[in-house]
Design a protein around this ligand. Structure first.
Ligand SMILES: Cc1cc2nc3c(=O)[nH]c(=O)nc-3n(C[C@H](O)[C@H](O)[C@H](O)COP(=O)(O)O)c2cc1C
Length: 411
């Protein structure tokens, strides 16, 4: 019977010291120029002491012209190499792996902070799909732009490897560019990048191969993949299983399962069933996926109770427990799980009563807690959501003004 304390050897030979991983959370803690900051590094120093075997960073953008949130880190060249090195060193002395999640948001980027939104096809998001509520129609990428993005994924990965991160994870979930290519809802292309699943999966395969070619065989590459989009006409569970098979055959080291997009945010939601399935969102999927692959599987979404985590690992249907939001309020979560000093890691946000704002809190309230950790403060479980909202709105406005200022300097 596998236990949470047991180490895990990945296909490339790397060892994770236990089965608890911090899943990616956009920290929104870069400076105005989307460079990593000392505040961000402090957060990782804190999480390095959490007891988790693997920390995955929030999504790092591969292109400064396509940014998900105003204060996301962008890595597209070696300009910030020294501070990236410091970030990678935040886990030194702990045997904890620090992987960088790399992402291109495609159409799911904020309109005020991006000049154009590029996507597989000119299919706009439905309302609620973007954190700023806009519905701008994206521009369909042409062949050379697609190839340039694949190249950029490889470029970002090698910079991060050289800086000292111990692995990379492709963000292939939650409705961002990789998952836009996979989904027949957002990808209606009729060339070799769209249509059949083989064609829709071409982008993620080429991204994986490009990264592998740049980082070599012994460096871990993972992916976060949707179990499904949970949208009518979207990427289905059956298709997702096919992609698991394809990527396993390609030699990927870890597949993290999540689900949903910002139009249908299943990754944040609740799915009620019995025992483990009452707490964990995508357990049904994992049961099936574990039968079709031998690649290590990580499952993220809903884990809150130590006993459920133990049962899930003991079931041998998954290899790593992925946890996100509880890391912001219980930064010592790994140790507390292992020494049984806390058995439940629930988080609860006060409601404002305004639907749009309460929806956004699922991200930005937790980002505020991350910022507190970076400042050396303790988490604040009763943090006022209105205060969080006002501060976040200011960040978007500031980025917009900054962008206007920069573009006016060009002319
Ligand atoms: C503040 C915040 C930021 C997030 N940013 C990312 C991200 O950058 N990349 C990603 O793959 N998932 C991101 N997620 C989703 C989480 O990784 C995770 O899938 C989700 O929160 C469900 O897991 P949980 O129930 O343990 O929180 C984010 C979640 C939160 C709360």
């Amino acid at each position: 019977m596998t236990v949470l304390e047991e180490e895990m050897i990945l296909p490339n030979g790397s060892t994770l010291k236990n089965r608890i991983a911090k899943s990616a959370m956009s920290e929104n803690l870069s400076n105005k120029n989307n460079e990593p900051t000392p505040l961000l590094i402090e957060v990782y120093k804190k999480w390095a002491q959490s007891g988790a075997g693997l920390l995955i960073t929030g999504n790092i953008m591969i292109d400064s012209k396509a940014i998900g949130e105003p204060r996301n880190v962008v890595v597209e060249n070696r300009k910030n190499f020294e501070i990236l090195k410091e970030w990678a060193e935040s886990v030194n002395g702990t045997d904890t792996h620090l992987w960088a999640q790399i992402n291109h948001p495609g159409r799911q980027a904020m309109e005020p902070i991006n000049r154009d939104l590029k996507a597989p096809s000119a299919v706009p998001l439905k309302s609620g799909g973007r954190k700023d509520g806009s519905k701008k129609i994206p521009i369909a990428l042409n062949e050379s732009q697609i190839l340039a993005i694949i190249e950029a994924f490889g470029n970002t990965a090698i910079i991060l490897k050289d800086a000292g991160f111990s692995g990379v994870q492709i963000h292939g979930a939650h409705g961002y560019l990789v998952s836009q290519f996979l989904s027949p809802y957002s990808n209606i292309r009729s060339d070799k990048w769209g249509g059949s699943l083989v064609n829709r999966a071409r982008f993620v395969i080429e991204v994986y191969r490009k990264i592998r070619a740049r980082v070599g065989k012994s460096f871990p590459i993972g992916i976060k993949l949707n179990s499904a989009d949970f949208q009518k006409g979207g990427f289905s569970e059956e298709e997702s299983m096919e992609v698991v098979k394809i990527l396993s055959k390609e030699g990927i080291d870890l597949i993290e399962i999540s689900g949903g997009t910002y139009e249908a945010p299943a990754m944040m939601g609740k799915r009620k069933k019995s025992t483990i399935k009452r707490e964990v969102y995508f357990m049904d999927y994992i049961e099936k996926a574990s039968k079709i692959t031998t690649t290590p599987l990580m499952l993220t979404g809903g884990f809150r109770t130590t006993s459920i985590m133990k049962d899930a690992i003991a079931s041998n249907q998954l290899d790593i427990i992925g946890i996100a939001r509880p890391f912001t309020v219980y930064p010592n979560i790994g140790n507390e799980i292992f020494n049984n000093s806390r058995i439940n890691f629930n988080t609860k946000i006060k409601k404002t009563g305004v639907k749009g704002i309460d929806g956004a809190m699922n991200i930005i309230w937790y980002e505020s807690q991350i910022k507190r950790l970076g400042k050396g403060k303790v988490p604040k479980p009763d943090l006022n959501p209105w205060l969080v909202f006002i501060k976040y709105s200011w960040l978007i406005l500031e980025k917009k003004i900054n962008k206007k200022r920069k573009s006016s300097q060009h002319y």
